[in-house]
Design a protein around this ligand. Structure first.
Ligand code: ZN
Length: 273
């Protein structure tokens, strides 16, 4: 009697333990399943965030590429301002990034105290403007073959999409003809700029070609870059634009092999980099 009771008691105890074990097993299973579900949800959310970030980066890059290649209308942008007629000697309405014009005006004021007058002969030229300049030169009848003509135009003009005049940071000051700077007036203006322009953030982009700058455009005493903005755009150009992006104008079949980005866009005065 006493023994039987103990067996039943043990049996019950075993059954209770088994029940507890099964319940614990079930709870653990449910917990693991729920956790797995949460992990899956987390992974999905993470993937969605990643995709959104990539899409935003792509959209930003596409927009930035258009900007760097001048594919925009400066008059329609809030960060560009028209160059006041008083200082504009280009003969047409032209625009600059607000910061560039402000810095130029400060420099102009300082120059006038030294009896030097600084005016803007050219400012922002967008892709379409540069394309017209380029195509007009290309269409002049001459005896050059295609590649020769391409190189000849490049001596003084940037291919559309490769000009720093697209940035809104680069200006041609007073005159774009080299002989002007041999005159007493031109020489005085240039010497003032060489001594003082850096104080206002400006740098002569195309200095004399030589060992330090073996390729690129000839010396331009009139072309100055506003570095606080231009430095960044130069770096972005290097990072984002490829030779395949440079197209859409007469003779663009000769772009391949010219290394326009390294030999022209990035071949500037090392002090401006
Ligand atoms: Zn220029």
């Amino acid at each position: 009697m006493c023994y039987c009771f103990q067996v039943i008691k043990l049996d019950l105890k075993y059954k209770v333990l088994l029940c507890i074990f099964i319940i614990l097993l079930l709870l653990t299973g449910i917990f693991l399943l729920m956790n797995l579900e949460t992990e899956r949800e987390k992974e999905i959310i993470y993937q969605q965030i990643l995709e959104k970030q990539q899409a935003l980066k792509k959209a930003w890059e596409a927009e930035e590429k258009n900007y760097l290649m001048g594919k925009f209308d400066p008059s329609a942008r809030g960060d560009f301002v028209p160059v006041p007629e008083e200082y504009n000697v280009s003969g047409y309405k032209t625009y600059l990034r607000k910061e560039t014009l402000e810095a130029f005006l400060k420099m102009r004021e300082a120059a006038s105290l030294s009896g030097v007058e600084l005016n803007i002969a050219s400012a922002t030229r967008n892709f379409n403007y540069q394309k017209k300049l380029w195509n007009d030169k290309w269409s002049i009848k001459d005896n050059f073959d295609g590649l020769e003509k391409f190189k000849e135009i490049l001596e003084w003009s940037a291919a559309p999409g490769t000009s720093r005049h697209h940035f809104g940071t680069d200006i041609d000051i007073n005159n774009v003809n080299p002989p002007y700077f041999d005159s007493q007036k031109g020489e005085k203006e240039y010497n003032w700029l060489v001594t003082n322009a850096s104080q206002f953030g400006f740098c002569q982009t195309y200095n004399l070609k030589g060992n330090n700058r073996p390729t690129g455009y000839n010396e331009e005493k009139w072309h100055w870059s506003y570095l606080p903005l231009a430095r960044n755009f130069t770096q972005e150009y290097k990072d984002l634009i490829t030779e395949e992006d440079i197209k859409g104008f007469l003779g663009d079949e000769y772009v391949a092999g010219q290394n326009l980005i390294n030999n022209y866009v990035l071949s500037i005065n090392s002090e401006c980099l």
